[in-house]
Design a protein around this ligand. Structure first.
Ligand SMILES: [Zn+2]
Ligand SMILES: [Zn+2]
Length: 459
């Protein structure tokens, strides 16, 4: 495919689209902040800055980034020496469990967990009960978020009715009602004609379509990665090709339609090879990896602890390494949590019977900082870009950046602080974290989302 010539004014048009998409995110109307943050290490790949700076925020807008800045009248001063100040994170893949499973999570608890994790925007998936497949369900969620969400929250609508991959939803109507994107996540788009038509509609509505790649026949009754560990434990395996075969099919449909495609939670090196080939051939494809797939392997399942049961499953070290390399090279554009809260009775059962999924919003940065930045697998600017600016670009919302005249969408982090992950410390209603009982490095001290203080650490 040849590169299109950029028309004059394209930048302005892109900015207008970002403003339009950002307006689809719903949030409580909270008082805008007035702050001087003094002496933090500002790391912002877009602004091309990695230096100690002061940051002035008035009325929720960044006014100045510099040295020796004076506090505006009435502004609070935060001494942030030794702390990091980075663009706030954007999670394209959160399960807020609304409507229907408010016992596991709701908009208040989920967005508080997000803010505590440094997130300034989250996108909630449609596999709720009922499924977000009609404009009325979507509109009621947006109203609830406007009254309850601590950080701007977008709702992804289903591609197919009831996630059954047989009949397309009214995608035009859902886009008009404020859907930020489309996905049947939790289920694959097994019907290629549905996938094809979804990609066609997504082109017209300018929304992303996110695919949970999975071949159901190969998935069968698998509960963990199929390999040496599953053989040793005698558990049914989920082979790598269960994912990669569907990645290949989805990419082929996207290439044929010359349409945009977003791939959820890639976990295997074979999927990455398909992705790389498609990118090289000009397919407009974006992809995510999760903190757990980037830092854990299937050997964790030896404990038979259901907190290590997720879909796609944890894979061997070679796949984990390939994912880290893909994050480094930019082949993977975003890190997404796939935050999947579950009630205790769904997890505290034998491994084979437990639900798939773990919570991740509150631990994502700390996990990646400890396991990839401090270990020198990845750099801090790369982690920040893939957690913040990369996903914002995929979603088409305003890209968080620490520059004057931008909304204050950033977080302050104490990189030296350690904290124990415990059920009582987590703000999510569910505690099915793979890191429960572990001490993690780096603590989010303050999160400013859309100009207001969404989280402040009291510890
Ligand atoms: Zn999924
Ligand atoms: Zn998911």
């Amino acid at each position: 495919m040849s590169a299109r010539r950029t028309p004059a004014g394209a930048k302005a048009a892109a900015g207008t689209r970002a403003a339009g998409m950002s307006a689809l995110l719903s949030c409580r109307d909270l008082a805008p902040a007035d702050l001087l943050i003094r002496g933090a290490r500002v790391v912002d790949p877009l602004a091309k800055i990695d230096a100690v700076r002061d940051v002035v925020v008035t009325n929720g807008i960044i006014r100045a980034v510099g040295e020796g800045l004076e506090p505006p009248r009435g502004a609070r001063v935060i001494e942030a020496k030794g702390w990091l100040l980075v663009p706030g994170f954007v999670d394209l893949h959160t399960h807020l469990r609304v409507p229907g499973r408010e016992d596991e999570e709701d908009i208040v608890s989920g967005t508080l967990a997000a803010a505590a994790g440094g997130y300034v925007a989250v996108f909630s998936m449609a596999n709720s009960d009922p499924v977000v497949d009609t404009a009325s369900v979507l509109q009621s969620l947006r109203q609830r978020a406007a009254a309850e969400a601590l950080v701007p929250t977008g709702f992804v609508a289903a591609v197919s009715r009831g996630l059954r991959s047989t009949q397309l939803t009214e995608m035009h109507e859902l886009a008009a009602a404020g859907a930020v994107g489309f996905s049947d996540d939790g289920r694959p788009l097994a019907n290629s004609q549905i996938l094809r038509r979804a990609l066609q509609y997504a082109q017209i509505t300018e929304r992303f379509v996110a695919v949970h790649a999975q071949d159901d026949a190969l998935m069968a009754d698998g509960v963990m990665h199929e390999g040496a560990v599953s053989a040793r434990l005698g558990l049914s395996g989920i082979p790598s090709i269960c994912e990669s075969i569907d990645v290949a099919r989805s990419l082929e449909v996207a290439a044929y339609e010359a349409a945009r495609l977003h791939l959820c939670h890639l976990s295997t090196s074979a999927s990455l090879e398909h992705l790389e080939r498609a990118r090289a051939a000009g397919v407009r494809v974006s992809a995510e990896a999760t903190p757990h797939h980037l830092t854990l392997t299937d050997s964790a399942v030896e404990t038979l602890d259901s907190r290590f049961k997720m879909n796609p499953p944890l894979r061997p070290e070679a796949d984990r390494k390939a994912l880290v390399e893909a994050v480094k090279s930019g082949l993977i554009d975003c890190i997404a949590t796939d935050h999947a809260p579950h009630a205790r009775h769904e997890k505290e059962v034998p491994f084979e019977e437990a639900a798939f999924g773990i919570v991740g919003l509150e631990t994502a940065f700390s996990v990646l900082y400890g396991a990839t930045v401090l270990s020198k697998e990845l750099t801090l600017p790369i982690i920040v870009e893939r957690m913040s600016q990369g996903p914002a670009r995929v979603a088409g919302i305003a890209v968080p950046t620490v520059q004057p005249d931008h909304a204050a969408d950033f977080c302050l982090i104490d990189p030296k602080a350690s904290w124990l992950v415990s059920a009582s410390k987590l703000h999510s209603k569910s505690a099915n974290s793979a890191w429960l009982g572990q001490t993690l490095k780096a603590r989010i001290k303050l999160t400013l989302a859309a100009g207001h203080i969404a989280w402040e650490d009291s510890a």
